[in-house]
Ligand binder design. Sequence first.
Ligand code: ZN
Length: 270
Amino acid sequence: MDQIQNSFLSKQNIVNPVTGEQFFPAELINPRGDFPLLLVCEHASDNIPSELNDLGVSPETRKSHAVYDIGAKEVAIEISRILNCPLIISNVSRIVIDCNRDPYSPAAIPSKSEVHFIPGNKFITREEHHRRVEAYFNPFHGLVEEYLNDNPWINSFIAIHSFTPVFYGVDRHVDLGVLFEGENMLAEYMLQMLIEIGTFRVVPNEPYKPDPKVVHTVKRHAAARNLPHLMVEIRNSLIRTETNQQRMGRLLAEPIRKSVEMVSQQMNSA
Ligand SMILES: [Zn+2]
């Protein structure tokens, strides 16, 4: 495992051309985790590398869902800790490049997100677009790919996200969404258990449908390998404090553990 971790670090480490600082655009957390689930969090970070000058966004936008999935990283880390499973996060804001979109689609580098404007993305050159794919998008997906190649005992894949409770002025009547397509035992077990817990409004395929545009990561890595997979969407107003993030992590960990175990048993007996 040490060897695997070191190879990730040496490949992913890049130097900021302006500040000379080194940082990891993508990161493997809990590399020794032995529960057979890979968690990912594409929108974990609000980091905008300094050479991009905050992309011209307002201070209000800078703190908003447009820039990152508020609380998602902390919840994912808590689940990873409780279940002892690996977690891969992106350390770069979704407005630099969105790791959960086709990298060359317009949605990957948006100049507007809901009500938020991102002036620095408006007249982006092809060269700059390509540079961001290489510098910030590919390291995340390369890390996921390499981890799955090197760890074939992983048998489930879950992406953790959070969503904004109010979208274009309309309240979304959901607390937890489980996003999936077609017949999906992992998602069915998860939904059943979350609904039984009864604490939150749990709705399948809300606050939005698993449109191909917004399920890039799970399609690319999990569907392609026939790994049971789903996306969890958490209302961000429920995970703004450390206490609430830990509580949500604890609440989700058990249903995730049981769902993964049930799917594993089925795969073994098939
Ligand atoms: Zn997200």
